[in-house]
Design a protein around this ligand. Structure first.
Ligand SMILES: Nc1ncnc2c1ncn2[C@@H]1O[C@H](COP(=O)(O)OP(=O)(O)OP(=O)(O)O)[C@@H](O)[C@H]1O
Ligand SMILES: [Mg+2]
Length: 449
């Protein structure tokens, strides 16, 4: 029989070694994409669960869906695939989190801050937060209070992330004595960097130099250089994930969704769809639910590259059946596609495409109203499926991510002129969104000018 030790395929390097050894209360492991941050947290959890009996480990992200798609997928593909270690999977219940159960009696439990009550009813020895910048400081502090199970010699909270804006609470916390900051770098990942020759592996060269080398601006600074950097010239500066993104529980609480997750049509008065065409660049279909006060909620989006018009028609038909929208507001640059949508029985129209007025209208909606609520929200669970190519290339793969990287040109920017027209990048979901907003906020007004 092959022992678990021989099966270990984890070779920690750099600060990942410190992460394995350290018993500090709180540790942040930060760095560019694909350097092995999550892998290090996964392996520390796995080894802890093999070593100590009856340990409770929590893996958590902002939403459970995103945890499953990223971290759990890596764990099952890369760690469990070679040997099962006698681990079984328990799917969870209404009150209990899903979990991987080890023969030692230890458990790795899975949670999302969107279903926080399930997580908060248990105490843990080790908590791993993936993509910690997605959480609020309040989320983080609530997790800290759950660390006291006492089944191993120390309790610990590990967080991984790509850097965000310098002002982010996580960056500030890691600058205090309360949290140890560790750095993950490309040479730490043996798949990407060959230690013997001190050069990129073929995969590393293709991924980091070729693919990620195409990134520019703040995304390059954060995702490739690993720096906490502010977006210069960000167009939707007032966009704040904490205020403008809602999870399923919140959408249910304000009545947009029914308990079963469908749209609550007594509150939702209208549904419209914004359409941005794309092939090499992503195409986007964005479904907005509109309530009686005219507030808009992005509840569903298809965001994909390399799909033909026939595929988009199929997606639009699925949306029509599921949400029954009154109109599809389409990027006017492809009249032929609009005709094909119409031919397929979809209520398609040319969208209003005045960029400046449209951006102003979106900005107005992002501002809080008298009741302190903005007039535009995005669901955290809106995305139908992740485009893995975009994700791997470090590009935005949903509308919420575009907000940070849609910018005005700077003096050194794309066309050298300041503030004339936005840089024509990272605006696919945002264009679909602008078409939706323009439908309500500009259309009537445009008729008079
Ligand atoms: N020390 C290591 N030993 C072996 N393989 C590794 C190691 N570090 C990383 N890898 C490989 O690299 C892949 C990517 O690593 P991981 O998902 O941890 O990156 P990440 O830093 O969390 O990226 P992101 O910022 O995108 O979340 C892993 O799935 C694994 O196959
Ligand atoms: Mg990761």
């Amino acid at each position: 029989m092959v022992s678990a030790v021989q099966e270990v395929t984890f070779r920690p390097r750099g600060d990942a070694v410190r992460l394995m050894e350290s018993r500090d209360d709180e540790i942040l492991l930060e760095g560019p994409v694909g350097t092995g941050k999550s892998y290090a947290l996964i392996w520390k959890s796995h080894l802890v669960a093999l070593k100590y009996p009856n340990v409770k480990i929590l893996w958590v992200r902002k939403t459970l869906v995103s945890l499953t798609a990223s971290v759990v997928a890596t764990y099952t593909d890369k760690v469990l695939s070679t040997a099962r270690y006698g681990i079984d999977y328990y799917g969870g219940s209404r009150i209990e989190s899903p979990a991987f159960r080890y023969p030692t009696g230890s458990r790795i439990m899975l949670g999302g801050m969107d279903k926080a009550s399930k997580i908060m009813s248990t105490e843990y020895d080790l908590i791993c937060v993936f993509e910690g910048t997605e959480l609020t400081l309040d989320d983080h502090e609530r997790l800290v209070t759950r660390l006291r199970n006492g089944a191993m010699p120390y309790q610990q909270l590990l967080v991984d992330c790509n850097p965000g804006p310098p002002t982010h609470w996580l960056n500030q916390r890691a600058s205090t004595d309360g949290m140890l900051r560790l750095y993950s770098r490309y040479p730490d990942n043996p798949r990407l960097w060959d230690e013997a020759t001190q050069s990129w592996t073929e995969e590393g060269y293709n991924y980091v130099v070729v693919k990620l080398g195409k990134l520019t601006g703040v995304r390059k600074l954060r995702l490739v250089d690993g720096k906490w950097a502010a977006a210069e010239g960000q167009i939707y500066e007032s966009f704040d994930p904490e205020h403008h993104l809602l999870d399923e529980t919140q959408l249910k609480a304000i009545g947009i969704l029914n308990e079963d997750g469908t749209l609550n049509r007594t509150v939702v008065r209208d549904v419209i769809v914004g359409v941005d065409w794309g092939f090499t660049n992503p195409g986007v279909l964005s479904v907005f639910a509109v309530d009686g006060d005219g507030r808009m909620y992005l509840v569903y989006e298809v965001y994909m590259t390399r799909k033909t018009i026939d595929w988009w028609i199929d997606q639009a038909r699925i949306i029509k059946r599921r949400f029954n929208p009154s109109v599809f507001l389409c990027d006017p640059s492809e009249p032929g596609y609009i005709e094909q949508f119409k031919g397929a029985g979809l209520p398609a129209e040319k969208a209003e495409n005045d960029i400046k007025l449209g951006i102003d209208a979106v900005l107005t909606r992002l501002d809080p109203e008298d009741d302190s609520r903005p007039r535009l929200y995005l669901s955290r669970d809106a995305l139908a499926a992740i485009d893995e190519d975009l994700k791997e290339a470090g590009k935005p793969w949903c509308t919420a991510q575009e907000f940070l990287s849609y910018v005005w040109p700077t003096a050194t920017g794309a066309n050298g002129t300041l503030g004339e027209k936005p840089v024509d990048e990272n605006n696919h979901g945002l264009d679909a969104l602008r078409y939706g907003v323009a439908h309500f906020d500009l259309r009537r007004y445009m008729e008079f000018v």
